[in-house]
Design a protein around this ligand. Structure first.
Ligand SMILES: Cc1ncc(COP(=O)(O)O)c(C=O)c1O
Length: 397
């Protein structure tokens, strides 16, 4: 059946599924195998040369992962998707595929800490030049592009300060300069439920599927979506030869399981996220709230244009700075002090000392990440219980 014109929830449940011809299992079995048996040497040769479709070895593809990849491609509106062992696996495999010594990458300065480290301290060791800018400023994007620019890399909403860039405008600027430039968008915070970067003009979407896509805090995984040709290059070079970042079939199964409830989870996340952002925005002990759904957000209009809703990631500054922020976080009881996000549990963390500890003090300031910023991933608990916990935390300050 063709699910192209079906609803998001229907796609999340059905798209990409294959009928189990052997036993008629409803759910996709876990093909826990490293390798696949050939009927003959000739068949093995035909598979290796690409003349015959079929599995060879699980680093190149696995039936459980293939179903998951087809489902994510349907949710992303992509020609193809590749599953990887982590979000960093997706990002590094993609960047190793586009970059080589002498190439130039334009990247936003506000990124997940390890992505920033990969760009600032990793790829630069191998002769790749990286220019960090603010991709919300289109003139800055245009000014940074050079003859050897191979990619523009951004997150929107960005981790951890929920900065919003206009994906269509960034893609237009990059492609007007050189249509070969790959605009790569990390869509982890939004997920395909809230935002479709490929439809907005991006060439590649990367995810930490550890977050909303799996949604249950029990898997590390990632995805790369885009044109079939490019995704195949990431699979056959970026992952196969460079990173080996292969998703295991157990993890693929767990993500398939998580995706059955993806739409309803996201609806609840967004509903509670909005209520908590408003609660924090009106709280006398809160200095500033960073949430794209608030009219006070610097790029609220761009967010409203390109996102279907505003999600459940909220950052805020407690009055009294870093010390007050730490005391507040330490006194919470229901909200759990942990990095990661997009889980059923409400998670809270302090980016400057945790997820963004790869940034030095000056880099934090340049990226617009206040040292006292607290990042909240609103979970699926009843919203009044989350608010009551935040309230008792504020009361202890
Ligand atoms: C926006 C973003 N991208 C990528 C990653 C890396 O993902 P993973 O931890 O699955 O490697 C993270 C992790 O927190 C993230 O927040």
């Amino acid at each position: 059946m063709d699910y192209t014109n079906k609803g998001f929830g229907t796609k999340a449940v059905h798209a990409g599924n294959v009928h189990d011809k052997q036993y008629g299992a409803l759910t996709m079995p876990i093909y826990q195998t490293s390798t696949f048996v050939f009927e003959s040497c000739e068949q093995g040769a035909a598979r290796f040369s690409g003349q015959e479709a079929g599995y060879i070895y699980s680093r190149l593809g696995n039936p459980t992962s293939s179903v998951l990849e087809a489902k994510i491609a349907a949710l992303d509106g992509a020609e193809a998707t590749l599953a990887t062992a982590s979000g960093m696996g997706a990002i590094s495999s993609t960047l190793w595929t586009v970059a080589k010594a002498g190439a130039h990458i334009v990247a936003d300065g506000t990124l997940y800490g390890c992505t920033y480290a990969l760009l600032a301290h990793g790829l630069t060791r191998y002769g790749v030049e990286v220019t960090f800018i603010d991709t919300a400023d289109i003139e800055a994007v245009k000014a940074a592009l050079k003859e050897n620019t191979v990619a523009v890399y951004l997150e929107t909403p960005a981790n951890p300060n929920l900065k919003i860039a206009d994906i269509a405008a960034v893609a237009e600027a990059a492609h007007a300069y050189n249509p070969e430039i790959k605009v790569i968008c990390d869509n982890t915070f939004a997920s395909p439920y809230l935002q479709s970067p490929l439809a907005l003009g991006a060439d590649v979407v990367v995810y930490s599927a550890t977050k909303y896509l799996n949604g249950h805090g029990d898997v590390i995984a990632g995805f790369v979506s885009g044109k079939a040709d490019f995704v195949s290059q990431v699979r056959m070079f970026g992952v196969k030869d460079m990173t080996g970042s292969v998703l295991g079939p157990q993890e693929a199964f767990l993500i398939l399981r998580g995706l059955k409830t993806f739409e309803i989870r996201m609806q609840r996340h967004c509903e509670s996220g909005r209520k908590i952002a408003e609660y924090l925005d009106n709280h006398p002990m809160v200095e500033k709230v960073y949430y794209p759904g608030l009219a006070s957000h610097k790029n609220h209009e761009v967010a409203a244009k390109q996102m279907r809703d505003f999600g459940a990631m909220i950052s805020f500054e407690v009055k009294g700075g870093r010390a007050a922020g730490s005391k507040f976080v330490n006194s919470l009881e229901l909200c759990t002090l942990a990095v990661s996000l997009g889980d059923a549990e409400t998670l809270i963390e302090h980016p400057a000392s945790m997820t963004h500890s790869t940034y030095g003090p000056e880099e934090l300031a340049a990226a617009g990440i206040p040292e006292g910023l607290v990042r909240l991933s609103v979970g699926l608990e009843n919203v009044e219980d989350i608010i009551a916990d935040l309230e008792q935390g504020f009361a202890k300050l």
